[in-house]
Design a protein around this ligand. Structure first.
Ligand code: ADP
Ligand code: 5GP
Length: 195
């Protein structure tokens, strides 16, 4: 029997330094457009935060399993985002969502976002979420209260480097006032999905 052709959807990528607000914006969009888009659940070797659920927020896997999956070429992209901590997009995740007839929405780091854009080109919209400043981003990370002082330092140092990548993206979305950023994100998504 002939294999059914997979629906080929689009990819909407939100990238930014940690603390810029991409998870908040992506969750807002999923709440509003959940019948059209689905979240690409990344694999990660980090520990779950309180309230995070395996298979919902991430596929939390061991470093050993992550390396095994790299060796078997199961990732569309992956990065050692922080020293010793891996994150990656499984090819099977994109296929799963396309097969369900939906478009894929991503919350991934800057390098990973640009990597997917290089692979999927016009089928992908790469959005850089820009915080008002590095100081505000640091305040948001402190306010989130999910990382140890050491991890916070690492995230802020990386954020400083990542902010320089903004111009490589299709669009820069400023996240100063959250409501404004969410409405602008809705507009970007609607325009891209009907293009
Ligand atoms: P990221 O996914 O980019 O790491 P989050 O979405 O987790 O960032 O946001 C980091 C913190 O900042 C969270 O506590 C979130 O509630 C808060 N936040 C996000 N956007 C804004 C905003 N526009 N103004 C104030 N706080 C914000
Ligand atoms: P967190 O630990 O705060 O959930 O995520 C840390 C960083 O890793 C964030 O910038 C997040 O977007 C990024 N990230 C999450 N999933 C992936 C992924 O699959 N690939 C890449 N390259 N980065 C990811």
């Amino acid at each position: 029997m002939a294999k059914t052709k997979t629906h080929h959807g689009k990819l909407v990528i939100f990238s930014a330094p940690s603390g810029a607000g991409k998870t908040t914006i992506v969750k807002h969009l999923l709440g509003k457009y959940g019948e059209k888009i689905a979240f690409s659940i990344s694999a990660s070797t980090r520990q779950p935060r309180s309230g995070e659920v395996n298979g919902v927020d991430y596929y939390f896997i061991s470093k050993e399993e992550f390396l095994h999956r790299i060796a078997h070429k199961e990732f569309a992209e992956f990065e050692e985002v922080y020293s010793g901590t891996f994150y990656g997009t499984l090819r099977s995740e994109i296929e799963r969502i396309w097969e369900a007839g939906k478009h894929v929405i991503f919350d991934i780091d800057v390098e990973g976002g640009l990597h997917l854009k290089r692979i999927y080109k016009k089928d992908a919209l790469a959005i850089f979420v820009q915080p008002p400043s590095l100081e505000v981003l640091a305040e948001r990370l402190y306010g989130r209260g999910t990382d140890s002082p050491e991890k916070l330092k690492e995230r802020i140092a990386k954020a400083d480097r990542e902010l320089a990548y903004a111009n490589k993206f299709d669009v820069i979305l400023k996240n100063d006032d959250l409501d404004t950023a969410c409405s602008e994100a809705e507009q970007l998504l609607e325009n891209f999905l009907k293009s």
